[in-house]
Write a protein that binds this ligand. Structure first.
Ligand code: ZN
Length: 504
């Protein structure tokens, strides 16, 4: 048995208007090739880069969210290499003084044996800013390659973890949590499929109990969370065989993930460490970040883990509901507003008069959490998936959804009709009004229920005889008939009572 040692390097496209050192647009999706470029990002002689302040701010904010130290002194460096996607023959990056260092990200992972949730701390070595390279496209014609400079010079942040990741599942969870944090911060859209977040992984094995580090393999080209997990699983299998055969990897190598064949393929063996001849970028003055770090600390929003914990603690949502509802900032806000509407409504009820805020929450939170959690995560999200509606285009407002929950809470709507009501709310109409128009409300008129009971009993003399001879199981059948007669608009409890009364 071997222990798995994984370190991750993540690049995220920063959500700025313009590129890292020039005024060209940062988001170039959908633009024709080579239409978002200028002398600076194509590396023309005599041009001067100017640092994008917004990119710096978002980098610092991310560093803070990852519990990093923001370095008081930071600078940019030139990293030299020669490749057609790099017009200057160097990339402006950060070498020995990145903006942020020594942080961590905590992930919650179920224990493999007990299933219990364990907190795992993955240490972050550094976070630095840099510019992206251009995109190299291999065209249909043989021996031709094309360069699209739209991406050249766009603003990136790179985050490097310590080799603390112990399994492919942990790697995936880490990346998912990181993506969520970047989105909560507005620092990046971090969509892996769109290349807004890219991940390389370094992986090696070692005998159980051994603490040494052995020769690692770098894995690239993983374009989704799933491919990260699969590629690492493949590598573990491949390297296990090498260890078992007594020939563990002894040369640093880079392998690419082939998503179609589901294998990693050797790209190159690194004979010696690459020499990038780093030296300080003379055109960008060194940065003094103390004041900016203090300013950014004040703008940090509540982060996903904290919000998850609060949803469980404050609203008594289940862990799984809290996870689903905080996994998207829009959903988290929708949930929050729904609860706030519901508590405002509860405070206005006559039977809550005289109770303190805590007492009102204490008295109602369990039932409310079950209703809100259940109807949001399974019913509403399910209907939205069927209709291909996104939370950002959903016309049901938190106010309307809270009113819908209130109708359920007070049994104003019969169970059989709740889904019909919810389905009818998608145009943005008020639920009480729909209920009125479509006659979906609960019938409380005892006379109406008694009449329906009468009708049904008259039509089922056989079942009545069976019941009277002691076969009580026909009761359920009769209740079903009466509910149908009332088009689902009666309370099954009230129907049962009226039925028993009549049969006596
Ligand atoms: Zn430019």
């Amino acid at each position: 048995m071997y222990q798995v040692v994984i370190g991750l390097e993540i690049h995220a496209q920063i959500k700025t208007q313009s590129k890292m050192f020039c005024g060209c647009p940062q988001a170039t999706d959908g633009l024709p090739p080579n239409t978002a470029l200028c002398p600076i990002c194509t590396g023309q002689p005599g041009t001067l880069p100017v640092l994008n302040l917004q990119a710096l701010k978002l980098g610092i904010k991310t560093g803070l969210a990852l519990h990093c130290r923001i370095n008081a002194e930071s600078k940019f460096d030139r990293k030299h290499y020669f490749y057609p996607d790099l017009p200057k023959a160097y990339q402006i990056s950060q070498y020995d003084q990145p903006i942020a260092e020594d942080g961590f990200l905590e992930i919650e992972i179920p224990d493999e044996e007990t299933g219990e949730i364990v907190n795992r701390k993955i240490r972050i070595q550094r976070l630095h800013l840099e510019e992206d390279a251009a995109k190299l496209l291999h065209g249909a014609e043989e021996n031709h390659a094309y360069v699209d400079f739209n991406r050249a010079g766009s603003a990136l942040m790179e985050m490097v973890t310590h080799p603390d990741v112990a399994s492919p599942a942990e790697a995936k969870l880490f990346l998912q949590e990181l993506r969520l944090i970047l989105r909560y911060l507005g620092a990046s859209d971090a969509n892996m499929e769109k290349g807004q977040m890219r991940c390389d992984a370094n992986i090696s094995l070692r005998p159980m109990g051994d603490t040494a580090f052995y020769t690692k393999t770098e894995v690239k080209n993983m374009n989704s969370f799933k491919s990260v997990e699969r590629a690492l699983e493949f590598e573990i299998e491949r390297q296990t065989k090498l260890w078992d055969a007594g020939t563990p990897p002894d040369k640093l190598s880079t392998r690419g993930w082939d998503d179609i064949k589901q294998i990693t393929v050797l790209q190159r063996i690194k004979e010696d460490a690459a020499d990038y001849r780093y030296f300080p970028e003379p055109d960008i003055p060194p940065l003094h970040l103390d004041a900016l770090a203090k300013e950014m600390a004040k703008t940090l929003p509540e982060l996903p883990a904290a919000r998850r914990a609060r949803f469980i603690d404050e609203y008594e949502l289940s862990l799984s509901d809290a996870r689903i509802l905080t996994d998207d900032l829009n959903w988290a806000n929708f949930t929050e507003q729904t609860f706030s509407e519901l508590y405002a409504w509860l405070r206005s009820l006559p039977d809550m008069a005289g109770l303190s805020e805590e007492q009102i929450i204490e008295k109602n939170s369990g039932k409310l959490a079950r209703l809100v959690g259940g109807y949001l995560t399974s019913k509403l999200m399910g209907l939205m998936a069927d209709k291909h509606i996104d939370i950002r285009t959903l016309k049901i407002t938190p106010e309307n959804f809270a009113e819908f929950i209130a109708l359920l809470y007070t049994n104003k709507i019969s169970g059989a009709n709740t889904l019909t009501l919810l389905k009818n709310m998608f145009d943005g109409e008020d639920p009480a009004q729909i209920m009125e128009e479509k006659q979906l409300g609960q019938v409380e008129d005892a006379g109406l229920i008694a009449r329906a009971v009468d009708e049904v009993l008259k039509s089922c003399p056989e079942q009545v005889t069976q019941f009277k001879s002691g076969k009580t199981s026909v009761l359920q059948f009769l209740i079903g008939k009466i509910m149908k007669e009332m088009q689902g608009r009666a309370d099954p409890g009230a129907v049962r009572e009226a039925l028993l009364q009549n049969l006596k």
